[in-house]
Design a protein around this ligand. Structure first.
Ligand SMILES: Cc1ncc(COP(=O)(O)O)c(C=O)c1O
Length: 324
């Protein structure tokens, strides 16, 4: 079934009908993947619709743009306001939020500098990425034959469209063999991440995740998991992890905006623990779902309500102010 889309898309300041939000086939981004983007979520909570860590997502978007020498010509607050306006214009209660900054139409030389930097914000309904059942029962995955990009090749701290060529290879390979996802190693053979999600393992009650130097995207969900796990009293370690730790882990799970927190039940057909969601995964999942669905107190200031007046400025510790 074709992608149904959602009402209006914000394009360079104008709200355009989904069907009319088009770019030219000679746009630089079409040929060279010259875009940076974000994926955030807005949840329908008992207090109203709330974006989860929108400030962190927008700061990462500006970081990605900076790495690729793109100036969207918008400040943090312009973009922040535009996201909230787009949600309101579409009267969305819950949605996936996709701001994208891309190189538009001018020349088709590899040098993107002559091309305009355009910005769009798309919204759509997106349920459980790997299926509702996966959240409880977990997914079957394989270690990918594709590695993540080597350091100093494609910058993985940038969420750029180009990186998703690699993600697509990982995902297609996994799905063609009946797995839900692939886990990629980095080029040194250490665990890196899934095609679109970060990886966590549990062994002897300690939570492990690959560090930023393992060619991973610095996930906002990953950061939230680390914060929640520490709050729950778990020992958390960010370190280079050998592949075989997967097979002897007591528990494993993915973390990401799309998958939220999804348990992994088998890797390469080997059961993780007893092949079911483990208790630490469940505790962290519970804490995460309680925050995003507004069931627990938002002690970290992660929720931003969309319909109750003017948007607030970023208040999360460490959040940056406008740089563009
Ligand atoms: C490659 C990759 N790693 C990790 C993540 C998780 O990041 P986040 O939690 O910010 O969605 C994503 C999702 O955007 C991703 O595409």
């Amino acid at each position: 079934m074709a992608f149904p889309g959602t009402g209006k898309i914000w394009m360079n300041g104008a709200l355009v009908d989904w069907a009319d939000a088009k770019i030219h086939v000679a746009s630089h981004v079409v040929h060279y993947g010259s875009a940076v983007f974000e994926g955030a979520r807005c949840y329908d909570t008992p207090r109203g619709s709330a974006c989860f860590r929108l400030d962190a997502h927008l700061n990462r978007l500006f970081d990605s743009a900076r790495i690729y020498r793109m100036d969207p010509g918008l400040s943090y607050s312009d973009l922040h306001k535009a996201v909230l306006e787009t949600i309101r214009a579409n009267a969305m209660k819950a949605c996936y939020i996709r701001p994208i900054v891309y190189r538009g139409y001018n020349t088709l030389g590899v040098n993107p500098a002559p091309c305009p930097v355009d910005t769009a914000i798309l919204l759509w309904d997106w349920g459980a990425y790997l299926g509702q059942d996966a959240l409880t029962n977990g997914v079957d995955v394989r270690v990918s034959s594709w590695a993540r990009s080597a350091p100093n090749t494609f910058p993985t701290l940038a969420k750029t469209s180009a990186n998703y060529a690699n993600s697509s290879l990982i995902k297609m390979e996994a799905m063609s063999e009946g797995y839900s996802e692939g886990i990629a190693l980095d080029t040194f053979g250490y665990l890196s991440e899934g095609s679109g999600q970060n990886l966590f393992l549990v062994r002897n009650d300690t939570l492990y995740t690959p560090p930023l130097t393992a060619s991973i995207l610095p996930g906002i969900t990953r950061d939230s998991v680390l914060t929640l796990a520490r709050g729950l009293g778990f020992t958390v370690r960010e370190e280079m992890l050998p592949r075989e730790l997967l097979y002897i882990a007591d528990e494993a799970f993915f973390a990401g905006t799309a998958v939220e927190i999804t348990p992994i039940r088998t890797v390469d057909k080997i059961n993780i623990g007893n092949g079911r969601r483990g208790p630490i995964t469940e505790a962290i999942q519970q804490a995460f779902f309680d925050v995003i669905h507004g069931r627990s107190e938002d002690t970290h200031g992660w929720l931003e309500y969309v319909y109750d007046g003017e948007p607030r400025q970023a208040v999360v510790a460490g959040a940056k102010t406008a740089r563009a």
